[in-house]
Write a protein that binds this ligand. Structure first.
Ligand SMILES: [Zn+2]
Length: 425
């Protein structure tokens, strides 16, 4: 299977560009590569009833189910049995001022907030059942939970509770600046008014800054899942707004169902109207998806970018154009498409190659993780030194759409230097 993959990639790289037949052949090769990668992952997930000793050594030592690994991992990182040095580092990372730029608002809804929402709308529920839903074991169960959370949002006013949940997460992790995704498609189809949602979240973000809280900006996910017409409708809704904290659009959703090229016009219009443009790419599809995001959509940042490692010329492109990657380590291990263990994540390679990388959680409340733990994993599994972790934090600051990243970093840097002394790291 690996040999076939190498052959297919070689074949793809030899296709001449600018020829009439190139695009359909390229699409067909990409489809086959994806199919094989899917099969490979499925095979890796099969349980072997009586593995040989030799095979046992190569098998995962943790749970076979990746989601359980996340749980195991989290417990380990905050364990009281941590060595003193690691404890100090963890304390330092918790207090270090940070920013986060790949974070979904719906996935910052804590269990308690979800219960509060259900209570508010008089929806009958069992607390234990909700708790069990958060212990999801596979992608299907994860999606069920996500949809359950979305359907619990019944009115724009609910965003007061949701924003409180987000603010608590940001403050607990010393995240002073965040760019947060919100995907309104399902809420709109559930009958909610987008305009009201937008005005509510906009005023909540302004109020947050006024009361000494973190700065929150929004990127509205126009979504790949429901096609370009739906994405265009979402964009027209955004363009009618008079808000100050909604600064751009993102392209999330099912990557394999909605190739970047379908959204060319939507992104061109968004850019011409001065909106910032980012995409999720290379999370569930190959490096071509990242290249298309850059070349066709002119995305300013790439969310995930996990499959970029398969294409050296793409690495050069990312580097040459200084396009930052929003890395979501735990999320990628959970999805398991291109990486199955933290230690194998390409972020180490990307960083060493000089790509601009930032550290993000993607879905903190759902994965039961936070940004401080995410930084710790880079140290624990990928050999990032403390200086490198601080440098990643700096790269994150410069990856934001904040108008003055240098002054934000200056403040972060001063506080960070004091914290290094405090924790002797
Ligand atoms: Zn995401």
């Amino acid at each position: 299977m690996d040999r076939d993959l190498v052959d297919l990639k070689h074949l793809k790289s030899r296709l001449p560009s600018q020829r009439n037949f190139s695009e359909p052949i390229q699409l067909s090769v990409e489809k086959q590569i994806n199919h094989l990668l899917g099969l490979k992952t499925t095979l890796q997930e099969l349980e072997i009833e009586t593995p040989s000793e030799k095979l046992k050594r190569h098998m995962l030592t943790a749970d076979q189910v990746t989601a359980s690994q996340i749980h195991v991992e989290r417990i380990r990182t905050v364990s009281p049995r941590l060595e003193l040095e690691e404890k100090n580092l963890f304390g330092f990372l918790q207090e270090m001022p940070k920013c986060e730029i790949h974070l979904h608002m719906e996935a910052c809804i804590s269990r308690q907030t979800l219960l509060d929402l259900l209570e508010k709308h008089g929806v009958e529920h069992e607390k234990e059942k909700i708790e069990r839903m958060y212990q999801f074991k596979n992608l299907q169960e994860f999606i069920s939970l996500f949809l359950f959370i979305l359907d619990a949002i019944r009115s724009p006013d609910d965003f007061h509770l949701i924003f409180n949940s987000l603010r608590k997460y940001l403050e607990e992790n010393q995240i002073h600046y965040a760019e947060v995704f919100l995907a309104p498609s399902r809420m709109i189809s559930n009958g909610l008014d987008f305009h009201e949602i937008a005005e509510t979240i906009d005023s909540l973000a302004s109020e947050c800054v006024r009361t000494g809280g973190p700065e929150v900006k929004y990127l509205i996910d126009v979504s790949r899942t429901f096609g370009s017409e739906n994405a265009s409708k979402n964009l027209q809704r955004i363009l009618k707004l008079k808000t100050t904290n909604i600064i751009g659009i993102g392209l999330g959703g099912a990557e394999l169902m909605g190739p970047a090229r379908d959204f060319k016009d939507v992104f061109a219009q968004a850019r011409s109207e001065g909106l910032r443009c980012v995409t999720h790419a290379g999370e569930d599809d190959g490096p071509w998806s990242i290249r298309d995001s850059i070349e066709i959509l002119q995305a300013e940042r790439i969310g995930h970018g996990t499959s970029a490692i398969q294409d050296p010329s793409l690495i050069e492109l990312l580097k040459g154009r200084s396009i930052p990657l929003e890395i979501c380590l735990t999320s990628n291990v959970f999805t398991g498409k291109y990486v199955r263990e933290e230690k194998d994540h390409p972020v180490r390679y990307y960083y060493d190659q000089g790509l601009i990388c930032s550290v993000n959680t993607d879905d903190p409340e759902i994965f039961n993780i936070n940004l401080s733990e995410e930084f710790f994993k880079y140290y624990k599994h990928l050999g990032f030194s403390i200086t490198e972790l601080i440098d990643l934090n700096r790269q994150g600051v410069y990856s934001t759409f904040h108008p003055h990243p240098a002054s934000m970093w200056k403040q972060f840097e001063e506080k960070t230097a004091k914290l290094r002394k405090k924790y002797s790291v």
